[in-house]
Design a protein around this ligand. Structure first.
Ligand code: ADP
Length: 417
């Protein structure tokens, strides 16, 4: 016995083909009843349409059964339309398949009743093959619609995200400019005031110091915001030159010296005794290192320890900043470089910050073709940030160099925070 579907298709089954053509309406009525009972959730409006169209489908199946060896695409064309309708009416794939299964059962049942004899095995197979073809054609169309819809949704989601990101950058830029404009006259006025009154009135001098520090801090935040906005809009440019990494690192140490001292931290430095060259924007590298040192000082309880290591490793010039401070919980570790991400404990302990520093640091490092990573064994167990920048080829000699260790600041008395 040949059970290949092509062989089944090639056999003519005139008797059952005629019955299907002749009684198409009666079969559809019966199917409607069964389908309504079993598939209550499926859209009824669709059933009405199917009721009108199914007789033509059954007629096409009847014709295909009668013909021998003549592939007939008519049933499949109808089935494709069924796939369209079911998609449009919000059916599930399970409902779609079940609908055809019910139709097959109704057809086989009806044929047996009207033939007055059991169906031959090959007749049952022939009907089954045609219904299976219809299921495949219908599913094919349904899935194509679903794929299109998914692609559209993905596309819409991606462009909504892009739009949001663009508006965020625009907002940051506007905010930055709006904040920077009043800052310049404030700082100028401060300088004038200091000249005029500070020397005669020490209390005024102290207030001016506070104003000075705070407005400088505000100025740094505003600059960070503007940098982020420029990077986001692709308008940021590095001023790269051939530099010795030790220079920007020393600059970063100067920038953070006051803060580290004021918190009474010990600072361990490990810096090579020979140059470590790279193509980089010295100002921006200093900004990166200063940011990491500031965080280490900020997120470490007074009189803690900070380690700064600079060294050459394989193709990279590496800056490591480690501290024995409050540490970072594992769920936060994956988010520290996100814009506006701040750990709960950073906020509750009143540490100032917007959560933009590390986002900017990461983007600056990436602009250099480098990477930055953060590790921490958990809360209370310190943190380490490692920056890797591409090193200038030919500086391999630095690898052999053992960095010189120095302990820069020993603990100094701390004012109560
Ligand atoms: P900010 O310090 O202004 O909040 P950052 O982007 O520099 O923003 O840092 C984001 C967050 O990462 C901080 O709020 C803090 O929760 C965490 N973090 C950064 N550096 C450290 C560190 N050295 N130790 C512990 N937590 C840190």
């Amino acid at each position: 016995m040949n059970i290949a579907t092509s062989a089944v298709r090639a056999e003519p089954h005139v008797e059952i083909g005629l019955l299907l053509q002749r009684h198409a309406n009666a079969i559809v009525d019966r199917w409607c009843e069964v389908a309504r009972d079993e598939q209550r959730a499926a859209q009824r409006a669709h059933h009405v349409v199917l009721r009108d169209e199914l007789p033509a489908f059954l007629d096409a199946i009847g014709r295909a059964l009668k013909a021998s060896g003549q592939p007939d695409s008519a049933p499949q064309e109808s089935a494709k339309e069924h796939g369209d309708q079911r998609w449009d009416n919000g059916w599930s794939l399970t409902e779609l398949v079940r609908d055809y299964q019910l139709l097959r059962l109704v057809i086989l049942d009806f044929l047996e009743e009207n033939l007055g004899r059991p169906l031959y095995y090959r007749e049952g197979m022939a009907v089954g093959v045609l219904i299976d073809d219809a299921i495949a054609a219908s599913i094919g169309r349904y899935v194509a619609h679903r794929d299109d819809a998914m692609k559209r949704t993905e596309h819409e989601r991606a462009s909504a995200l892009e739009d949001l990101s663009r508006r965020k950058d625009e907002f940051l830029a506007i905010l930055g400019h709006e904040l920077r404009n009043p800052l310049a006259p404030i700082r100028n006025s401060l300088t004038v005031l200091r000249k005029l009154v500070a020397s005669d009135h020490p209390a005024v001098g102290t207030s001016l110091d506070v104003l000075d520090r705070q407005s400088q801090q505000l100025g740094r935040l505003v600059d960070d915001l503007l940098d982020l906005a420029r990077i986001g809009r692709g308008e940021f440019e590095l001023r790269k030159s051939h530099i010795d990494l030790r220079a920007p690192v020393e600059q970063a140490l100067q920038m953070t010296d006051e803060l580290i001292r004021s918190r009474g931290h010990k600072l361990h430095l490990s810096i090579p005794t020979i140059p470590l060259y790279l193509e980089a924007d010295a100002q921006r590298v200093a900004q990166v290192a200063a940011n990491l040192l500031t965080n280490a000082a900020k997120y470490t309880e007074p009189a803690g320890t900070i380690w700064l290591t600079v060294r050459s490793e394989a193709d990279s010039a590496v800056i490591r900043v480690r501290d024995d401070g409050i540490g970072i919980a594992s769920d936060m570790l994956t988010r520290v470089f996100e814009l506006f991400a701040r750990a709960d404990q950073s906020q509750s302990t009143g540490r100032e910050g917007l959560g933009i520093g590390l986002a900017l640091v990461q983007r600056l490092v990436q602009q250099h073709g480098g990477t930055i990573s953060a590790t921490s064994e958990g809360l209370g167990r310190g943190s380490e940030f490692v920056v890797r920048l591409p090193k200038t080829i030919g500086t391999a000699a630095a690898e052999a160099d053992q960095p010189a260790e120095r302990l820069v600041i020993t603990q100094v008395p701390v004012d109560k925070p």
